[in-house]
Write a protein that binds this ligand. Structure first.
Ligand code: SF4
Length: 285
């Protein structure tokens, strides 16, 4: 889906966010159905071959799925069949101060445009929405919780990378059968100040620099297997299936931070994910 969407304005791929923001908008026309279907088939074939799967067996199914997601993108953002864009697949860098040192966080944003006087930075998501809440306040709360746990950093990083520009960053969820009210989740610069970004980035950079890459076998409750493991590509090579390893991690997580810098970094990273992280999507009636 991403591969097809980024072909909508191929000449802008890889442009910097700064250059995109200063460029003139380009009329971007949604492809005719036959052309789109042909291209989806080609990309599906390439992806399957790349994964070592037989295109003859899976191409039609994969293409059908991709076409359904693309149709949602068209319906949401190209209802008239054309849209003025600044760039696709733009690259940027957020320069932030973390624990007294300058840090640079590189990113890639799926689509850049100017809407109502502000930059609109869109990231397409084909998986589950981060929030199934329908009220704006609930959705904002869910997004803030995901960001605070270090799981959904793209939107704040996009906004930090946009610098002084008036901007809005959003996820567009293309999943089939979603409540239409949950398709978009957005963040604006005024909301950045309420997020614990300095502490969050300090914990993440410390863990990165110390090499404190502890597998997250369990949720913070110390019992439930980590939900993200269900989608993990390296699960077969992980100790996730080893109950003794999970028990050791539960004991370690329940203890106070260790004495070494490595263990403190691992512990700070571990505690970013809230204990009640099971389903934060609940919404009071
Ligand atoms: S299965 Fe994957 S996500 Fe789960 S702990 Fe192992 S490496 Fe991490």
């Amino acid at each position: 889906v991403h591969s097809v969407l980024e072909e909508l304005l191929p000449e802008t791929r890889g442009t910097t966010l700064t250059a995109a923001a200063a460029a003139a908008p380009r009329d971007t026309v949604w492809p005719a159905p036959a052309r789109l279907a042909r291209r989806v088939r080609e990309v599906a074939r390439q992806e399957l071959s790349h994964e070592g799967l037989d295109p003859a067996l899976f191409e039609a199914t994969l293409a059908r799925e991709a076409e359904a997601l693309l149709e949602i993108a068209r319906r949401c953002d190209w209802p008239e069949g054309r849209r003025a864009l600044l760039a696709v697949e733009a690259v940027g860098e957020a320069v932030v101060e973390v624990a007294g040192a300058e840090r640079r966080i590189g990113f890639r944003v799926d689509r850049v445009e100017r809407l109502d006087g502000e930059l609109l930075l869109t990231d397409y998501k084909s998986g589950r929405p981060l929030s199934t809440g329908v009220r704006a306040t609930t959705r904002a709360k869910h997004l803030a919780a995901k960001i605070a746990s270090g799981e959904a950093l793209q939107l704040p990083v996009y906004l930090l990378g946009a610098g002084e520009a008036a901007a809005r960053a959003r996820y567009l969820f293309l999943g089939i059968d979603l409540d239409e009210r949950t398709r978009e989740l957005a963040l604006v610069p005024a909301e950045l100040g309420a997020l614990p970004l300095p502490e969050l980035l300090a914990a993440l950079f410390a863990a990165w620099e110390r090499g404190a890459f502890v597998p997250r076998l369990l949720e913070r409750d110390g019992r439930t297997p980590f939900a993200g493991c269900a989608f993990c590509e390296v699960r077969e090579a992980c100790v996730q299936g080893d109950s003794a390893a999970r028990q050791r991690q539960a004991r370690w997580a329940a203890a106070e931070s260790g004495d070494s810098a490595w263990e403190r970094a691992a512990s700070d990273w571990w505690r970013l994910r809230p204990a009640a992280s099971g389903d934060r999507n609940e919404e009071a009636p």
